[in-house]
Ligand binder design. Structure first.
Ligand code: FMN
Length: 265
């Protein structure tokens, strides 16, 4: 075969493609366990952020192991499931919310009339997290998700042991526009949530993400959080998912169980 023949050029190109594809797929396979572990640690980090426990100087896993207790909850009833009654294969460390919601036996559809968070389906069982300090329940951390403008936002909201005062909120996955809806990740905005009251005197969900800035003299100011400027649709998505998940359709029954000193798993 001649050095500059078409066949030789094609053969060399094919050879390069083959070597590269073997290298790329080899790297993908060998890195996948590291990626999975990093994803798990990122979720743990976000649980700590929502619970106000994140300290970059401390080992994430150690803080989690010392202070956070996962509890499995049957969402429809608000029942806390004892460890001996976990459905087969259920484990807090490997629990995948998206997979569970989409699984035909472990998830269920949401009636469109009730689906204000625009999520269509949800898991039957979900892990929530208790923050225990000196043997005392200090906070609960609840997974939340709902649709914004471009994407479903996945995160956590934390309530104090009065089951009323918000301690923090954080999102670990979304595809909103950086600088607009992506400002849900801005620490300044996230800082506006701590101390806000989730429910009114009658126990109805009252937390509200408003368009614009909160007037501190407004009668409802303790329930209100500033909206994101230039991102009304993401703001509405955040508002709607809080309204959904904190209502009786979401964690309302669980919160009642916990207020009554509900059994731990
Ligand atoms: C490229 C582009 C990206 C945008 N990204 C977002 C977004 O992530 N979230 C959002 O609510 N609005 C986003 N918007 C703006 C919306 O289309 C809409 O105008 C806005 O939500 C209205 O908010 P405002 O009433 O505060 O201006 C984006 C607009 C453009 C052109």
């Amino acid at each position: 075969m001649q050095k500059d023949s078409i066949q030789r050029t094609i053969l060399v190109a094919l050879g390069v493609c083959l070597v590269c594809s073997v290298l790329v797929s080899g790297a993908a396979v060998s890195l996948s366990s590291i990626q999975k572990e990093n994803k798990r640690l990122d979720k743990v980090k976000n649980i700590l952020i929502a619970g106000g426990l994140y300290d970059p100087a401390q080992d994430i896993q150690t803080v989690y192991d010392n202070k956070v207790v996962p509890l499995l909850v049957e969402l429809d009833s608000g029942r806390i499931v004892g460890k001996d009654a976990y459905p087969e294969g259920m484990h807090a460390a490997t629990y995948d919310l998206k997979k569970m919601a989409s699984d035909p036996t472990m998830g269920r559809g949401i009636d469109p009339g009730e689906d204000i968070a625009n999520i269509r389906k949800r898991p039957k069982y979900i892990f929530i997290y208790e923050v225990i300090e000196n043997d005392k329940l200090e906070k609960i951390i609840l997974p939340i998700y709902g649709y914004g403008l471009w994407s479903t936002l996945y995160g956590f909201v934390s309530l104090g042991n009065d089951f009323q005062t918000i301690q923090g909120i954080t999102y670990y996955e979304h595809a909103e526009t950086p600088g607009l809806g992506g400002e849900v990740d801005n620490p300044r905005w996230k800082g506006l949530w701590a101390g806000k009251k989730a429910f009114d005197g009658s126990g109805n969900v009252a937390i509200s993400v408003i368009k614009g800035a909160v007037d501190p003299n407004h009668a409802q100011a303790k329930h209100q959080v500033d909206g994101l400027s230039g991102a009304t649709i993401t703001t509405r998505g955040v508002h709607n998912m809080l309204q959904y998940w904190l209502s009786d359709k979401g964690y309302g029954r669980l919160i009642e169980t916990l207020k009554e000193g509900g059994t731990r798993g």
